[in-house]
Design a protein around this ligand. Structure first.
Ligand code: ADP
Ligand code: MG
Length: 350
């Protein structure tokens, strides 16, 4: 009932839009399931800075996920404004999704800059005093980013949503809140009500996907009917720990932030090949490098080994073969890696 009343109230008091209200701007992205544009809204000058995704039939699920996030954990994801079905005689059915424009840079953009992670420090803190650059400072920035990512992810997981496509390209820096937020719920699954329409053959991004193909074990019936799922899914969640799929991906992002040479596609793909050969065992991978470790990798290990190696400890508890051996988002946030103060701004935003 609560949800019903809330939905009803929102229908009347939230702005609703139609196709003709928008002026299309720059194209921001194009995937298999839709095209994304920056748009402005003709009617309200102040609210003109928006993002529009024109999606295929899977857009219906993405709207559902965004509505749920808005009610349950709105700080985790980009600010969703509205979603509706647009029927045109030419293209058939299209789902239109509208968000507030959060900012220009995804974590992928920021990570590819030579200046990373200092370019993020400036974004979070504004102009920074001329502090000495060094491992300790880089570690603090990376720690702050990790905390924000895990905080956002914990929000999603506590709501019962698994994202399944966590990667730097799907993490946007919100200029308004000066924090990272998750975007692109196009592949997400809502386990509490069993909503998951993405077909089995949907290709998970192989660069960031955990070794298990699907988030549920093969014995789990796919997309059970809603009432059954509502009763069963908390149990399924316990059994299969599908949220740990996202944790693996976040672990890979942590790794990329620590090791500059793994930030490129080719670097990451090569790493994935090596890790697979080591049975997805990071400790074995580290050993396998032996003394020929490149300077750049050595720097990453040095960073993760700071403070008795708590960074390395956290990383190795996320990137593991067995989902059930991976730590959860909530448990990660309580990890000693985060005991030391990150950037000062955190005490105000979280
Ligand atoms: P897809 O990956 O399916 O094409 P995304 O939802 O990931 O669609 O969006 C594509 C790109 O559009 C993102 O990588 C990002 O650059 C940009 N983008 C998406 N949502 C926002 C937003 N709310 N604010 C700013 N940029 C966004
Ligand atoms: Mg995307």
């Amino acid at each position: 009932w609560d949800m019903f009343v809330l939905a009803f109230v929102e229908r009347f008091f939230r702005p609703t839009f139609r196709k003709d209200d928008f002026v299309l701007g720059k194209k921001l992205g194009e995937g298999a399931f839709g095209v994304v544009y920056r748009v402005s809204n003709k009617l309200a000058n102040k609210e003109g800075d928006l993002v529009l995704k024109k999606a295929t039939e899977y857009g219906a699920v993405e709207i559902w996920m965004n509505e749920r996030v808005r009610r349950a954990c709105s700080n985790s994801c980009a600010d969703f404004v509205h979603g509706f079905l647009e029927t045109s005689s030419k293209k058939g059915n299209e789902y239109w999704l509208i968000w507030r424009f959060e900012g220009d840079a995804t974590l992928a953009d920021l990570m590819l800059s030579k200046d990373f992670p200092y370019n993020v420090e400036t974004k979070i803190l504004g102009e920074v005093q001329d502090l000495p650059k060094g491992l300790e400072r880089e570690n603090k920035i990376i720690q702050t980013i990790m905390r924000q990512l895990l905080f956002a992810l914990d929000g999603l997981h506590s709501t019962g949503i698994v994202h399944r496509d966590i990667k730097p390209q799907n993490i946007i820096f919100s200029e308004g809140s000066r924090t990272f937020k998750i975007i692109d719920l196009g592949a997400a699954a809502d386990l509490r009500v069993g909503i998951n329409y993405i077909p089995k053959e949907f290709l998970l991004d192989p660069r960031y996907a955990a070794p298990e193909q699907y988030i549920m074990s093969t014995q789990t019936p796919s997309a059970p009917s809603a009432p059954v799922a509502a009763a069963l899914s908390p149990v399924l969640w316990q059994m299969n720990l599908p949220d740990r799929f996202d944790i693996y991906s976040v672990g890979l992002i942590f790794l990329q932030m620590a090791f500059p040479s793994l930030r490129t596609d080719s670097g990451l793909i090569q790493f994935n090949r090596q890790l697979k050969r080591c049975g997805y065992d990071l400790v074995a991978w580290r050993k396998s490098l032996g003394p020929r470790t490149s300077l750049d990798l050595r720097k990453g290990f040095e960073l993760l080994d700071l403070d008795g190696g708590i960074g390395w400890e956290l990383l190795t508890s996320m990137v593991r073969y067995h989902a059930r051996q991976r730590t959860s988002a909530k448990a990660s946030l309580a990890h000693p890696y985060f005991d030391k103060e990150g950037l000062l701004v955190l005490s105000f935003t979280q």
